[in-house]
Design a protein around this ligand. Structure first.
Ligand code: FES
Ligand code: FES
Length: 381
C-alpha cells in the first residue's frame, strides 16, 4: 500500500492505494465519489474522464500512485461553478443526454473545451470530443449544447485556474531559438493548429564544430534515424517528407502516418520541421513543430538547441496525466539530441528505436523520483 495525498475538488485528501489501483477505483471506492463512471476500463470510451492538474484524463488507466499531490476535479466538484451550471442547463435544453452514463465524462471534456477554446467551432468541438463515446444521443445534442454555451459567452469559472504542465526541462533557457535565429515560417504551409499545445526545449553541447553539426542536421535520413520511432517513406528535394512516427503510451500504441516539411536556413544555421498526421487505429491526431539551431560553443564544441511544440487530440491525448505524456515527449527529445550528438561524433545509434513502454516506464520512474525528492525536502524542513 502507498499513502497517497491528493487535492480532490479543492480539498486535501489522503488514502491508501495499491500500486495497481487505478484512479477511478480509488475515487469511487476510497473517496465515495461515484459520479466518475467506468465503461470500458481500457482508456477507450472516455466515461471516466476527469480533470487532473486541469487537463482531461482517463482515470481508468491512470495509476493512483502516479498522481501524488495532483489536483483532481471530479463531476462532484463543480457544484458552485457557473461554467458547469451553464453546461448542465444547456445539456438539458439540447437533449444532450439520455441514459446519462457518458455524461460525467462528457461534461468534464466540455468544461475543458469551453474554458480553453472560447472560439471553437463545430469541427473543433467534434475533434475535441473524439475521445468520449455516447451510445444514446448521436452526439448532435451534445455538440449543440457546447456550441450554445460558447455563443452565449462563457462565464468565469469559480474553480481555480487550470494548472498547465510544467516540466523542469521546459524551463531550460534556449537562447539560440528564443532569438530571431529561427527561419521565417512563411515558406512552410500551415499545419494543424498548435493552440493549447505543450512546448518543451533542450540544449546540448556536442564536441564537434558548428559546421560539422549543421551538415549532420541537413541529412534528413540521418535526422530521422536519430528520432526513436520515426521512419521515412519519401523525401523530396525541397524538404517534403512522407513517413510515420510510432509511439506507445502505456497500453495505447499509435503509429502516426503523415507529412512534414523541413526547411533550413544556412545563414543562421537554424531549421524548422512542421508536420501533422493521424493514427487510424486509436483515432488520434498529432501536430507538431520542431525548431532547432546550431551555435558555436567554443573549444571545438557546438551547441544544439531544439524546441518542440506538439498537440495531441483524440483518445491518446487523454491518456493518464498530461504530465506523463509531456515527460515521454521530453524523453524523446532528450534521446533525439543525444543520438544526434552520437552520429555527429561518428558513432552509430541503435537501429531499433527504444520501445514506447520503456519510455513510459522511465517517465513514471522520473516522476516518482521527483515526488520522492519533494517528500524528502518536506521531511527535512
Ligand atoms: S472507462 Fe472507458 S476510458 Fe475509462
Ligand atoms: S447518454 Fe447514454 S451513453 Fe451517452
Amino acid at each position: 500500500m502507498t499513502r497517497i495525498h491528493l487535492r480532490i475538488n479543492g480539498r486535501e485528501q489522503s488514502g491508501d492505494a495499491e500500486p495497481r489501483t487505478h484512479l477511478a477505483d480509488f475515487l469511487r471506492e476510497e473517496m465515495n465519489l461515484t459520479g466518475t463512471h467506468l465503461g470500458c476500463e481500457h482508456g477507450v470510451c472516455g466515461a471516466c474522464t476527469i480533470l487532473i492538474d486541469g487537463r482531461p484524463a482517463r482515470s481508468c488507466i491512470t495509476m493512483t500512485a502516479a498522481c501524488q499531490d495532483a489536483d483532481i476535479r471530479t463531476i462532484e466538484g463543480y457544484l458552485d461553478d457557473p461554467v458547469m451550471a451553464a453546461l448542465r442547463a444547456s445539456f438539458k435544453k439540447h437533449h444532450a443526454l439520455q441514459c446519462g452514463f457518458c455524461t460525467p465524462g462528457m461534461l468534464a471534456t466540455a468544461f475543458d473545451i469551453v474554458t480553453r477554446l472560447p472560439d471553437a467551432d463545430e469541427a473543433r468541438i467534434r475533434e475535441e470530443l473524439a475521445g468520449n463515446l455516447c451510445r444514446c444521443t448521436g452526439y448532435a445534442g451534445i455538440v449543440a449544447a457546447i456550441k450554445a454555451v460558447l455563443s452565449e459567452g462563457v462565464p468565469a469559472p469559480a474553480i481555480r485556474p487550470i494548472k498547465r504542465v510544467a516540466l523542469a526541462a521546459s524551463a531550460e533557457a534556449s537562447p539560440a531559438i528564443a532569438t530571431s535565429s529561427a527561419p521565417p515560417t512563411g515558406a512552410v504551409e500551415p499545419t494543424a493548429s498548435l493552440e493549447g499545445g505543450v512546448t518543451l526545449s533542450r540544449n546540448v553541447a556536442i564536441a564537434v564544430s558548428a559546421d560539422h553539426l549543421w551538415r549532420e542536421l541537413k541529412d534528413i535520413q540521418r535526422v530521422a534515424a536519430a528520432l526513436p520511432g520515426a521512419a521515412i517513406d519519401t523525401v523530396t528535394p525541397d524538404g517534403h517528407v512522407k513517413g510515420s512516427f510510432t509511439v506507445a503510451i502505456g497500453p495505447m500504441r499509435a503509429s502516426f502516418g503523415g507529412n512534414a516539411h523541413v526547411i533550413y536556413d544556412d545563414a543562421s544555421r537554424s531549421g524548422l520541421v512542421r508536420g501533422s498526421g493521424g493514427d487510424r487505429l486509436s483515432r488520434s491526431m498529432a501536430a507538431g513543430e520542431v525548431r532547432f539551431a546550431v551555435t558555436p560553443a567554443g573549444a571545438g564544441h557546438a551547441m544544439l538547441a531544439a524546441e518542440i511544440v506538439y498537440r495531441l487530440s483524440g483518445p491518446l491525448a487523454q491518456f493518464g496525466r498530461g504530465a506523463v505524456v509531456a515527460d515521454i515527449v521530453d524523453r524523446l527529445l532528450q534521446q533525439f539530441t543525444a543520438n544526434i550528438a552520437t552520429l555527429a561524433q561518428g558513432g552509430a545509434v541503435s537501429e531499433k528505436p527504444q520501445g514506447g513502454f520503456g519510455l513510459f516506464a522511465a517517465a513514471i520512474l522520473s516522476m516518482l523520483r521527483r515526488l520522492l525528492r519533494r517528500g524528502q525536502r518536506r521531511d527535512q524542513r
